[in-house]
Design a protein around this ligand. Structure first.
Ligand code: HEM
Length: 289
């Protein structure tokens, strides 16, 4: 009985409320879809709606998995590492459902599905990302960590940043109208990648509060400029004209502002916790990343 509960226990053998909470978080989009099943079924394209939901949540959970390393340091909460694998496997479940629903939408015809995938660039990119996530899921077991060795395993799992980039391209390419959410998602990934790159460059396990403030500002600027160039290219207008409108809040809050607020909030939390908590991230756990 105790053994069957092993997966829900932390390293000290106690029932892990963190793991239960993450399971609840992972199940939330599924429960929401079940709750809204009536509305979805009566929509114009129920299967397409479910494909979108599964893809969106896979991307959200992929980002959450990548956020574990910086957030456990910023929040001084080493236990977060305990749920990284669970988040990764959850991501794969949603992405498996995404492909399965796509297959159902292609009338369960392998040749039709394969033809569709190989004839659309955004689907080719999605398929490469899918295969990458499958490889990460297969190699996520303790046995595979031992077989590959920690160094090679870590290097392999760093591919997840490249996979996230492909998933974002796939997301952008299939978006037909409003790109606000994809741009915000891209800015969050940009923050995550920049955090890891700066930490690696400084050979530090975490970034100081001033670096986090700087990171928030730089990523926000990149987001404003990237959005302006994107809109400029798409609508044949000068990116400078687009930049002039960033203070026009009548048309909505631009992703650049959103990432600025999110980044500054994280930096402020870091500043507070740096005073209150000395850090409960054990050296052994840092070595395991
Ligand atoms: C073989 C692999 C894949 C196939 C066949 C596929 C297929 C699709 C299709 C058909 C759509 C809807 C497009 C439309 O309605 O025009 C879509 C949207 C999407 N896919 Fe995929 N996809 C794949 C892999 C992935 C992967 C690996 C990710 C991310 C981890 C992903 C994330 C998304 C997202 C975020 C959306 C848009 C969701 C939204 O609109 O909110 N897909 N995909």
């Amino acid at each position: 009985m105790t053994r069957s509960w092993q997966i829900w226990r932390d390293r000290r053998g106690r029932l892990s409320y963190l793991r239960f909470s993450v399971l609840a978080l992972l199940l939330l989009p599924l429960l929401k879809a079940i709750f809204e099943a009536g509305g979805i079924a009566h929509g114009a394209r129920p299967l397409n709606e479910l494909i979108h939901r599964a893809g969106f949540w896979a991307l959200v959970f992929l980002g959450t998995t990548l956020a574990v390393t910086p957030f456990r340091r910023i929040f001084r909460y080493g236990k977060l590492l305990d749920v990284r694998r669970m988040l990764g496997v959850g991501t794969f479940c949603y992405i498996a459902a995404h492909l399965l629903l796509f297959y159902a939408d292609q009338s369960y015809s392998p040749s039709k599905a394969l033809h569709e995938i190989t004839h659309r660039v955004y689907l080719i990119i999605g398929a490469i990302a899918w295969l990458g996530l499958a490889a990460l899921a297969v190699t996520s077991t303790d046995g595979m960590v031992r077989r590959l060795g920690p160094m090679r395993w870590r290097r392999l799992h760093q591919v997840s940043y490249f996979i996230a980039l492909l998933a974002l391209i796939h997301y952008f390419q299939q978006t037909k109208a409003d790109v606000t959410v994809p741009i915000f998602a891209a800015s969050l990934f940009c923050w995550l990648i920049a955090y890891r790159l700066i930490a690696a460059w400084r050979q530090a396990s975490n970034l100081s509060t001033s670096y986090l403030f700087l990171l928030a500002i730089v990523v926000s600027l990149i987001t404003f400029i990237g959005e302006a160039i994107g809109i400029g290219l798409a609508f044949h207008v000068s990116p400078l004209r687009v930049l002039e409108t960033i203070f026009n809040f009548d048309v909505g809050i631009r992703p650049g502002w959103r990432i600025l607020v999110a980044g500054l909030t994280v930096a402020a939390v870091d500043a507070v916790l740096a005073r209150w908590k000395s850090g409960d991230v054990p050296a052994r756990a840092v070595a395991a990343e």
